[in-house]
Design a protein. Structure first.
Length: 419
């Protein structure tokens, strides 16, 4: 994704959230249409006149003027939030009310309220994430379908149904509502899934989607920037994102191929993000609640604290995975725990731990399950067996990055590459 695309995605969510607050949740389609119209005008005008000094302000002004026209002509304000309606129906108060809605503080507030509205309790988790991606991050239905390996029709139906449920609300979610703590949990989970899909997702085009990570980080920054939402678990999730994002520059080589964690050039890690992530992790320790975000962030912190792979405190990492398994048991977490045990006690012990994972069959389509078996057998010198596991993983690979990585590991079994 280029810088221009990222800019438009970022502005899309800001404008849609603001217009939805003015037009009313039932008119979210109109808010999206007006936003799209502002983008089309920008592309046409900027192509002829060049980029304005402040592109963001230009877009906001265009959307604001269009909103004023619509409110004057169609009186859409009847569907707006009750607190705004009387101001939008009077010409004397219309302009200053709309101007205020487009102020920096109000835009952030609208984005946050839209985020919480997208995490409506009647919506399933996948619909909440799809709405956040579509409305707040400007992703098309096609892009969401690709990111989550789903059909275009399925995602389109999911978003359509979700918007209908959203439209039953009389206004954007009020952060002063007593229900906000339960919704915060849903918001954090949606952002967690969004970041993870970017960090090691299942897209058929690329296993690494940095734009998804960036969008998740922009939204978590909004969350922790609000006093009522800056909770220990919010800080812990932000820390996890920052610490993992710090390693992104080293995950691919110059040709766009995966680089094993153990072979990454740690000088490429973003040490500013590591420092920020560590500071956020310290802030997350202010409460008594311990969440999965705290534990995963602590694991990420240990990884980023080691100057070399061999200096990693694997004993502490295994202990943290034990805690995570007790809190949120899953085959994927158990697999990561087994990998850590292999680093601590050797590949034989790692293979033993994998063999006793509960619900191991749930990893049957996960390419990094047989890939892990292959890696451990390779370390033991069992080349034919390692090659068999890597070949199985290759048949399950979801994108070119994974396939290229696994082909290199197969070559290593043949003695063609350095292990």
């Amino acid at each position: 994704m280029d810088i221009e695309d990222h800019f438009f995605r970022h502005e899309f969510g800001r404008i849609v959230a603001t217009l939805t607050r003015l037009f009313g949740v039932s008119n979210i389609a109109l808010a999206e249409d007006v936003t799209q119209d502002a983008f089309c005008r920008a592309m046409e005008t900027w192509k002829l006149r060049g980029l304005p000094q402040n592109p963001s302000s230009w877009l906001m002004a265009t959307a604001r003027n269009r909103a004023l026209d619509i409110l004057r002509r169609e009186r859409t304000a009847r569907a707006a939030e009750p607190g705004l309606t009387r101001f939008l129906e009077s010409e004397w108060t219309l302009v200053p009310t709309v101007e205020e809605a487009f102020s920096a503080h109000a835009i952030k507030d609208s984005q946050l309220r839209m985020m919480f509205s997208c995490c409506h309790p009647r919506l399933p988790e996948e619909a909440q994430v799809a709405l956040i991606l579509h409305i707040l991050c400007g992703f098309s239905v096609k892009e969401i379908a690709q990111a989550f390996v789903s059909s275009h029709a399925a995602v389109e139906k999911r978003i359509s149904r979700a918007k209908k449920i959203l439209a039953t609300s009389s206004k954007l979610f009020d952060l002063a509502d007593a229900d906000f703590p339960s919704r915060l949990s849903s918001v954090l989970q949606a952002l967690y899934l969004l970041f993870n899909e970017g960090y090691h997702g299942s897209s058929p085009k690329a296993a690494l989607r940095t734009e998804l990570c960036q969008e998740a980080m922009l939204l978590i920054d909004l969350v922790i920037g609000h006093p009522a939402l800056a909770t220990p678990q919010s800080y812990a999730l932000a820390a996890l994102m920052y610490l993992n994002a710090a390693r992104l520059p080293a995950r691919l080589d110059g040709s766009g191929n995966f680089v094993s964690f153990f072979e990454q050039d740690r000088s490429l890690w973003n040490h500013n993000l590591i420092a920020d992530g560590q500071a956020l992790l310290n802030l997350s320790a202010s409460g008594t609640e311990l969440t999965k975000y705290h534990i995963e962030a602590a694991i990420a912190s240990i990884h980023t604290s080691a100057a070399k792979s061999e200096e990693t405190d694997w004993k502490q990492i295994v202990s943290l995975y034990d805690m995570l398994m007790a809190m949120h048991p899953s085959p994927v977490i158990a697999l990561n725990r087994a990998i850590s045990i292999a680093q601590l006690y050797g590949p034989h012990r790692g293979l033993q731990e994998i063999s006793i994972i509960h619900d191991l069959h749930r990893l049957s389509s996960y390419p990094f399950y047989p890939a892990t078996l292959g890696e451990l057998e390779l370390r033991l010198g069992n080349y034919p067996l390692a090659k068999m596991h890597f070949s199985t993983a290759l048949s399950l690979a979801r994108n070119p990055m994974e396939r290229n990585f696994l082909r290199r590991r197969i070559n290593a079994c043949n003695g063609n590459n350095k292990i």
